[in-house]
Write a protein that binds this ligand. Sequence first.
Ligand SMILES: NC(=O)c1ccc[n+]([C@@H]2O[C@H](COP(=O)([O-])OP(=O)(O)OC[C@H]3O[C@@H](n4cnc5c(N)ncnc54)[C@H](O)[C@@H]3O)[C@@H](O)[C@H]2O)c1
Length: 250
Amino acid sequence: MKLEDVRKVGILGGGVMGGGIAQILAVSGMPVIVRDINDELIDATREAVFESKWGLKRAVEIGKLSFDDARAAIELIAFTTEIEDLADCDVIIEAIPEKLELKQTVMAELDGILKPEAIIASNTSGFVIADIARDVSDSRKALFAGMHFSNPVPRMRMCEIVYTPESSEETIDTIRGLAEQTDRVISMVKDAPETYGFLLNRIFAAAKREADGIVAAGIATEEDVDKAMVSGRNWPAGFYGSRGGIGKQW
Ligand SMILES: NC(=O)c1ccc[n+]([C@@H]2O[C@H](COP(=O)([O-])OP(=O)(O)OC[C@H]3O[C@@H](n4cnc5c(N)ncnc54)[C@H](O)[C@@H]3O)[C@@H](O)[C@H]2O)c1
C-alpha cells in the first residue's frame, strides 16, 4: 500500500490517544473512522476531539486553526462501535489499552476483516511490535509496524516509527509519509525483542530511575527535582507533579 493509495484510516480505540490521532489526521485532510466498544466511549472521544483543551474548537479560539479548516476536519471524522466498519480502511492505527494479550487477540480479529493490502500500525507505548503481530497472518506481518505518538497528540509532534525485520520498506515509507503529512517529527526505531519502550519511554524511564534514586537518598525532594527539570531543561512537566500517561490526559 503506497501513501497515494491511502484514502481512509481506521483508528482502533478512542480514548486519550485514539481521539488525538484521529484529530491530527483529519486536520491533515485524511478521512478517519474511530472504533470503540460502546456509545459512551465514542461520545467521550467525540467530546475530546471537538471540545477539550487540545481539541478543534480551542485550536480555532487560539488561532492555530481556521474555522473553515476545523469544520472540514470535523466532517472527516466518523465513529463506530462495529469493528467490521474498518473493513475498507487502508491503514489502521491501533490505540487500545496497553495489554499485550488484548492487542494480540484484537489484531488477529482485525486481520481477518481487513483487505489483504491494508497496513496495521500499533501506537503501543513500548511492547515489541513483532509480539503484537504474533497472531496475524504471515502476509500481514510485512504490513505491520509501530507508530508511537506522544500525548497530547495535537500538541506533541513526536512519532516513533518502529520497524520489525518483517515490515516491508513500502509499509514503512507509507506510514512515515502519513505521519509527516500530520506535521510529525519522525524518529526511526528498530523493533528490539525483550525490550519495552522504544526510544522515548526507555530514556524517560532511565531518567525517572535516577530521579527516584536522588529522592530516596534524600539528596532532593520530588518537588525540587521537578522544578529543576522544568526550569533547567524546559520540560513541560517533571516526574512527580501532575502528568499524563496511559489512559490519562494532561
Ligand atoms: N496516554 C498516553 O500518554 C499514551 C502515549 C503514547 C502511547 N499510548 C498507548 O496508546 C494506547 C492507548 O492508550 P490510551 O492512553 O489512549 O488509553 P485509553 O484507555 O484512553 O483508550 C483506549 C480505548 O480503547 C478502547 N478499546 C478497548 N478495547 C477495544 C477494542 N477491542 N476495539 C476498539 N477499542 C477498544 C477502550 O474502550 C478505550 O476507550 C496504549 O497502547 C498506550 O500504551 C498512550
